[in-house]
Design a protein. Sequence first.
Length: 304
Amino acid sequence: MSHTEIPGPRRDVVGYGGQYPKVTWPNGARVAVSLVVNYEEGSELAVGDGDTRTERTLSEVAPMPWPEGRRDLAMESMYEYGARAGFWRLMDIFDQFQVKSTFYACAVALERNRTAARVIREKGHDVVCHGYRWEDVSLLTREQEREHIRLAVESIAETTGERPTGWYCRYGPSVHTRELVVEEGGFDFDCDAYDDDLPYWTMVGDRKHLVIPYTQVNNDTRFTHGHMGSPEAFEEHLRYTFDRLYKEGAHHPKMMSIGLHMRVAGQPARAQAVAKFIEYAKSFPEVWFARRFEIAQHWREHHQ
């Protein structure tokens, strides 16, 4: 079948083709566990920010018809819970088990909670740029997207004291995103893919670019999509994933990404499931809880 040339990255359905690189995570770890917290609250669609409607997705209620231009105060407050309560609960869990995470942070969200931005850095967590706002970048022109990337980098550098070196869009990139991220010049990697259990290099023009895939499977969004009903189910799912990767890791070490949202996994029952999984994974000797920038740094040093 012929291939039609279209904008954006070329699809790759082969990857490593079963010929995995000889991965040597630090201390001989079989699995690199990457805990990711999405910090979006305060940057989502909101009438008060000039949008025609309130954000309708990834909340505790199913999307329903709502008049344009009218604030949904209930939905706003569900998002606010994430920044007001869920953030601190997850941070306490990370402190309890002495693990570090990566925050996929929207710039405007951190601008509106500078205390959280400061604490993230003070406690040694990593920040990956999650956009200027929590927006669908495929709706932007190339020029608009370039400008939003610039604004996001400047904002996060100001609120956290350090520019982000990783990038991740809301759900998925536009056909221009990766080119623009490489063009910007300060990003070491992006996470805009779900296609592997290991990082990999790809070509963007004539430049090698590192991709650290993310996950929609080991992700608390499964609660909001109706695919998972109980905290026990989430914990069990994470354990099963870990067990499989740990077994494979005896010969071919892998990476396990876990996606959390403060307004979702930050709820008490779900946070307990997260805590129990971390405790379980830490009971194994050959596990590396790694921030995304550490994974990128390791891959650059050992897998050029």
